[in-house]
Design a binder for this molecule. Structure first.
Ligand SMILES: [Zn+2]
Length: 112
């Protein structure tokens, strides 16, 4: 498990990594599956107008981000693919997602 996160270039603070690992164990899933579920929840929690690239809140009907020109509503699938590619190339963004997930999502799921 640690092998695969190492391969992805993840740098997660130890306590957060432990939190993620505990969560994976408690739900009988692998760290890989957990990481995928983090991405899924990130991608699926897309708020209309919220840019998944730079996090700028655009008007809900915006097609492109006003800050970074990222494709929003009209090309959702393409955006998703771009985002996955972006994440694969940017371990820092992935780390940030993992950290946020450790901080907020797990707390939410454990204690709704
Ligand atoms: Zn943007």
């Amino acid at each position: 498990m640690r092998e695969s996160t190492k391969q992805l270039g993840l740098r997660i603070p130890r306590d957060q990594y432990n939190k993620l690992q505990d969560y994976a164990k408690a739900n009988e899933i692998s760290m890989t599956e957990l990481i995928i579920s983090i991405f899924d929840s990130f991608l699926n929690s897309h708020t209309p107008g919220l840019c998944p690239h730079c996090n700028f809140q655009n008007p809900p009907d915006a097609d492109y981000c006003m800050r970074c020109a990222w494709a929003l509503s009209e090309r959702a699938q393409e955006t998703k693919e771009n985002l996955l590619a972006l994440l694969a190339q940017n371990p820092d963004i992935m780390n940030e997602l993992m950290n946020r997930f450790a901080d907020t999502e797990i707390k939410k799921r454990d204690d709704p």
